[in-house]
Design a binder for this molecule. Sequence first.
Ligand SMILES: [Zn+2]
Length: 106
Amino acid sequence: MIIETINTWNGEKFELVISSDGFCFCPVCGEKSNNKEWRPYDKTGLPSYDICSCGFEYGFDDSGVPPYENSWNNYRQKWLNNEIDQYFGKRKTKEEKIDQLKNIGL
Ligand SMILES: [Zn+2]
């Protein structure tokens, strides 16, 4: 597990978890990206506006830049409890979700 620390333009700081083979995990749900270059935020914390299969839109659901008001954690709890309408990807069971979160050390 590799940690990338992002120092944002507005003086915040957060971490992204990268797999040992170089792919970034979604900081909300732990899903592994399928593109090595992909990051949810750039080096200054500006969002990609991509939407993960967990439904989280970087730059929208975090109101701009994380860790804005615990947006990742709050969203993650809703996702775990199936309170998110999911339009992308395969629906996962709670066990699969919990297992996936191990990717980001949760
Ligand atoms: Zn996600």
